[in-house]
Design a protein around this ligand. Structure first.
Ligand SMILES: Cc1cc2nc3c(=O)[nH]c(=O)nc-3n(C[C@H](O)[C@H](O)[C@H](O)COP(=O)(O)OP(=O)(O)OC[C@H]3O[C@@H](n4cnc5c(N)ncnc54)[C@H](O)[C@@H]3O)c2cc1C
Length: 429
């Protein structure tokens, strides 16, 4: 497409799950790909560390080794606590997904994925911050990026340029390159905020991921309901990931004091977990969850957005790893189709398949998710659902499939077909 010497076929900004997946698949498809990551591994990422079957399916597809001896904790499903009920919802056995989820601390998870991409053939440059896009003056297309590495003594290195016809923005919620190209987040789409920390716990190898739909500020009979929902995800290595969050149907900042909420919740959490100050490992840290494709277009002028950069976290359950891995795969596939086209018209046409593919997979589902967030924003609705919904097994099986994105897009049982039908009844997000 261009006569200027290229450093790579594709540049990927960020080596989180979405960027590493893109790097892995591009390398597998025989392309020259450079993944630029501002941190050096291992690095932390504020997250619940939970992997639903959709994420596990993507990891299996990538060929990531997941030996339990290497800290890959398998779980059977979700234990939901609320409204005086406690129910267990096993991950269903289905055609497309394995019937188990997993959990792994992001400190090691992200490094495993990045090294996997590297082993496949992607060039990984750690300690390299992408500072700006390089644009073609006439067309405004991205033709490369400016990046800054670090010197051997840790000081900031010189800024330099890298050129490639396609850039994948996988820089997470900040989406620095997309923002610099004028792709702003849509304030009318849902946004979550969550905090988490780790505890040593005797229940670190509990085989269920726990979701608490109600958080109380004291013994239940004589106390108040706190805003937000909590999770307890055992990691099998002596520790559990514990967090709470809330979601709002728009990006307006919520005024909750999450750390204080967390402290109050911990004081009243079941003793069996032993969430004592002595067992707490590290501070309570917070981060945002951009949801329901809150940054679009997902492709424009040579730039593709994957993962949190494209606001891909599910408004139903706050998960973004599975969809991020999938977006990396789809973006790599689309890029490889474009790179072999002989005409500029064919090249651009091929790249436009990316947002179409993501919308086809998640558009209707995320529109339903926006309605869901509007409903549960109202505590009275949430309380009614918890009290009267949880004891109904068939309803809960349906809700479980819906909330965990665990439904079959084609075929499946009546419930799967109902979710597909519902997601087609709303305009795609
Ligand atoms: C508290 C909390 C709990 C969560 N729990 C879960 C959960 O249990 N399960 C789940 O599936 N999802 C969960 N999520 C969502 C999940 O963390 C994200 O959706 C996921 O990390 C998105 O992956 P990503 O690759 O798009 O972005 P990220 O994981 O954010 O990775 C982006 C990468 O880009 C790098 N980067 C950024 N800017 C630049 C730059 N300019 N130059 C170079 N590199 C750059 C960053 O260092 C980072 O490594 C949670 C989120 C939060 C906040």
């Amino acid at each position: 497409m261009t006569s200027i010497p290229q450093d790579a076929d594709v540049l990927v900004v960020g080596a989180g799950p979405a960027g590493s997946a893109a790097g892995h698949y591009l390398a597998q498809l025989g392309h020259r790909v450079i993944v630029l990551e501002k941190s050096t591994f291992p690095r932390d990422k504020i997250c619940g560390d939970g992997l639903t079957p959709i994420a596990v399916r993507e990891l299996i597809r990538m060929g990531v080794p997941m030996d339990p001896a290497d800290g890959w904790m398998r779980n059977k499903g979700l234990r939901v606590v609320g409204g005086g009920h406690e129910i267990h919802l096993p991950w269903p056995e289905s055609t497309s997904f394995p019937n188990y989820g997993m959990a792994k601390a992001r400190t090691s998870f992200d490094e495993v994925l990045a090294r996997h991409a590297q082993a496949t053939g992607a060039e990984l440059r750690e300690g390299t911050t992408v500072t700006a896009p390089i644009l073609n003056e006439r067309s405004g297309r991205i033709i490369g990026v400016r990046a800054r590495g670090r010197n051997e003594d840790g000081t900031r290195g010189e800024e330099y340029e890298l050129r490639a016809p396609i850039v994948i923005e996988a820089g997470g919620v900040a989406a620095r390159i997309a923002t610099a190209m004028g792709i702003e987040k849509d304030e009318r789409r849902p946004m979550g905020v969550a905090v988490r920390t780790y505890f040593r716990s005797p229940r670190h190898d509990d085989e269920w991921m726990e979701s608490q739909l109600e958080l109380w500020d004291g013994p239940r009979e004589r106390s108040n309901l706190l805003p937000g929902y909590g999770w307890i995800f055992p990691l099998g290595d002596g520790t559990v990931n514990v967090g709470l969050g809330s979601v709002s149907s728009t990006a307006k900042a919520t005024k909750l004091d999450y750390r204080e909420l967390f402290r109050t919740w911990m004081k009243n959490a079941p003793e069996s977990w032993e969430f004592t100050p002595e067992n707490q490992l590290g501070p309570v840290r917070s981060a945002a969850l951009p949801m329901a494709f809150n940054r679009q277009p997902l492709y424009t002028k040579g730039l593709m957005l994957v993962g949190d950069a494209g606001g891909m976290v599910s408004p139903f359950n706050g998960e973004g790893i599975g969809v991020g891995l999938m977006a990396g795969r789809v973006a790599a596939d689309v890029a490889s189709q474009a790179l072999v086209r002989a005409s500029a018209y064919g090249y651009e046409k091929a790249l436009r398949a990316y947002p179409e593919a993501m919308r086809a997979e998640f558009g209707g589902y995320y529109s339903l998710g926006r309605i869901f967030v509007k409903l549960i924003e109202n505590p009275a609705v949430m309380r009614l659902c918890t009290r009267y919904g949880l004891p109904r097994p068939t309803l809960m099986k349906f809700v479980h499939k819906l909330l965990s994105d665990g439904y079959e897009r084609r075929g499946g049982e009546t419930m799967d077909r109902l979710i597909v039908a519902l997601s087609k009844m709303v305009p795609a997000a």
